[in-house]
Design a binder for this molecule. Sequence first.
Ligand SMILES: *Cc1c(COP(=O)(O)O)cnc(C)c1O
Length: 219
Amino acid sequence: MSIKDNLSTIKSSLPSHVTLVAVSKTKPIADLMEAYHAGQRIFGENKIQEMTEKWEQMPKDIQWHMIGHVQSNKVKYMIPYVSLIHGVDSLKLLKEINRLAAKWKRTVDCLLQIHIAEEDTKFGLDGQELNEILQSEELKTFENIRIVGLMGMATFTENNEQIKREFLHLKSIFDQHNQLKTAKCQLTTLSMGMSGDYQLAIECGSTMVRIGSSIFGSR
Ligand SMILES: *Cc1c(COP(=O)(O)O)cnc(C)c1O
């Protein structure tokens, strides 16, 4: 199957309220262009340097999503163009994104990453830490960011019951906060689900899926 065929198969299976992020990390420009020509306009990368190189070479109507862990000292490279940062997991990082976004006179949309997996290798906040960020006075002073939702990654396992439990846990945290509507913060996006588990994620309430290998082939 070609990238184009993979994309159209996946897209036809997604409900209309679910956004597809094509995860193109490690893949060459030619593959991204194939997806672009098939109509894909949202791409996800997990390394800032690789994303920036691709942004420079690709058409400018693409929305670039940073889906990986973000180091504060690298934020500056993506601020001019990034459209959504999925993996924000501290107030300190929000502060740095806000500072640089102000410098570029932009507002940058962010998702807060919640730790739902069993493995402690995966980054993210717990419910308590999320509350602390959402209620912090400092957040109100950040004029150049918007928190638009939550992101999470389930444990890498064949056990669908476990994955489902983790997704539902994230969904319940999302539901606790999605009534919240301030200028800075309106949780409308729930980013969960990858190639192996996106159907399950959608059943559990995902509104944004991040799919790589099912589109571009294995890495
Ligand atoms: C690589 C990656 C994906 C995509 O994974 P696939 O299994 O290839 O679909 C999704 N989300 C994050 C955070 C990733 O790093």
